[in-house]
Design a protein around this ligand. Structure first.
Ligand code: PLP
Length: 447
């Protein structure tokens, strides 16, 4: 029998009276039929208030690289909580974590901690502008850099406003933002090296930094095409711009040296979030000594009451030790599990004639639902994705999957944790088979 969500529905109703719109982050409203309320997690498993059990591939929006509630992290947090939860001062723990990051990521010569990647993005943009004395940041369409005013420019350009292919628009999905914020950005399309060169040349001498998600996880899990990273590096060196790698999702998921190790490039600044804290509110800015110079001199303000919080540091130290201990096995093991899951989903899609195409490097991937008549073949950039994807049909399948106890990220992204096993993938595919059958039998395209 498909799961029901009676208790979650009751709690969501109750939440309308105390929590604005019932959720604490807008995206959580996307979960259909109702935002779920959870009671506990363990490894790849998650349980909700209705007693439903899920194999979880949402993983706290990707933060839980180590799975739910790993015992070692719980011990580290418990031990630290008894010593102190917050000092707003120094502790040896912050050196333990910073030194680990230095050892793991060659470009991380110096580090500063924050509590969310959104804050780190602000710090990185501020540093880049101070470093170069220039105003503009070049960013790519469809890339998400947190929910701050600056991080969202050009993230979700609507098709009727996105401008021609050569001059992507600078739109903002939120009201309440000062219009001049948009003027601080140049937007380019992802994965088009020649277009990027033209975009940089058009604003030559005015751009402080190029910022990007190395794998466009927030839109369809698009890996960089060959030559893209080396071109960004070359242009940054040529024009004195900073290369900012936003590794909030890819950090430590793609190996100890993150996506920059996996794809072989060296940025000036790196934004770390999610897996660096394993589900605690922890994030870090890492950079070369030269790129961090204005923090060293005190000319750039970087602050925060909870920065270097000892609970987060204790968790992070445990997390990083897991990645270090895996050595060369990481990310190969989660990649192999993810590829099995992708292949299994593809086979179910073919069997039930569902136009679902999993895409990505495996250790994280996006299940793309194609519109009727949409071209086959890999999706390459944000516009291609918007043109070809069938969002209502994916939402229907995702709900069927959820009702059988398989949970992916609302927009279609799937992450694998170090706690997932082959048996978890088998079980997820067994449940997915039921979900696909029901989806194929009940899906009706809107008239
Ligand atoms: C690439 C990227 N950058 C920045 C952020 C912002 O992270 P946070 O929500 O921790 O502020 C996110 C969040 O999903 C992200 O995916």
């Amino acid at each position: 029998m498909p799961y029901t969500f009676t208790r979650s529905s009751e709690l969501f109703q109750r939440a309308q009276r105390s929590i604005a719109a019932g959720v604490n982050s807008g995206i959580r409203k996307m979960e259909a039929p109702v935002p779920l309320y959870f009671t506990r997690g363990s490894g790849a498993n998650l349980w909700d208030v209705d007693g439903n059990h899920y194999l979880d591939f949402q993983l706290g929006q990707g933060a839980l690289l180590y799975g739910h509630a790993p015992a070692g992290m719980a011990d580290a947090l418990g031990a630290q909580a008894r010593l102190g939860t917050h000092w707003a001062a120094q502790s040896e723990l912050e050196l333990d974590v910073a030194e680990r990051i230095q050892r793991m990521i060659p470009s991380a010569e110096l580090i500063r901690f924050n509590n969310s990647a959104t804050e780190v993005v602000s710090a990185a943009f501020r540093l880049a502008r101070a470093h170069t004395g220039r105003r503009l940041i070049l960013r790519f369409e469809g890339h998400y850099h947190g929910w701050g005013d600056e991080g969202l420019v050009g993230f979700a350009n609507p098709a009727d406003k996105w401008g021609d292919d050569e001059n992507p628009a600078r739109t903002h999905p939120s009201k309440g933002v000062i219009p001049e914020v948009l003027d601080q950005f140049v937007v380019a399309r992802w994965n088009d090296v020649a277009h990027l060169r033209r975009r940089v040349d058009a604003y030559r001498g005015q751009i402080a930094a190029i910022v990007f998600e190395p794998v466009l996880c927030n839109t369809c899990c698009l890996e960089p095409v060959a030559g893209l990273m080396s071109t960004i590096r070359e242009l940054c060196d040529r024009d004195g711009m900073l290369m900012i790698s936003d590794e909030t999702i890819t950090g430590f998921r793609f190996g100890a040296a993150c996506a920059q190790g996996y794809y072989g490039y060296k940025p000036d600044l790196t934004i770390l979030g999610k897996a660096v804290g394993g589900g605690t509110p922890f994030a870090a800015l890492a950079g070369t000594r030269a790129a961090m110079a204005k923090i060293l001199s005190g000319e750039v303000v970087h602050a925060g009451t909870l920065n270097g919080n000892p609970l987060c540091l204790a968790a992070s130290k445990w997390c990083l030790d897991q990645v270090i201990a895996l050595g060369a096995d990481h990310p190969g093991r989660i990649q192999q599990l993810g590829r099995r899951l992708m292949a299994g989903l593809s086979a179910l899609a073919a069997e039930h004639r569902v136009p679902l195409r999993p895409q990505g490097p495996g250790l994280i991937f996006h299940a793309v639902m194609l519109k009727p008549g949409a071209a086959e073949g890999p999706i390459n950039d944000y516009r291609d994705y918007v043109r070809r994807q069938d969002a209502p049909r994916w939402a229907h399948l995702r709900r069927c999957l959820l009702e059988e106890g398989v949970r992916a990220i609302e927009r279609g992204l799937w992450s694998i944790s170090l706690a997932h096993t082959d048996a978890d993938i088998d079980e997820a595919l067994k449940r997915a088979a039921v979900a696909f059958r029901r989806h194929a039998a009940t899906w009706q395209a809107p008239a």
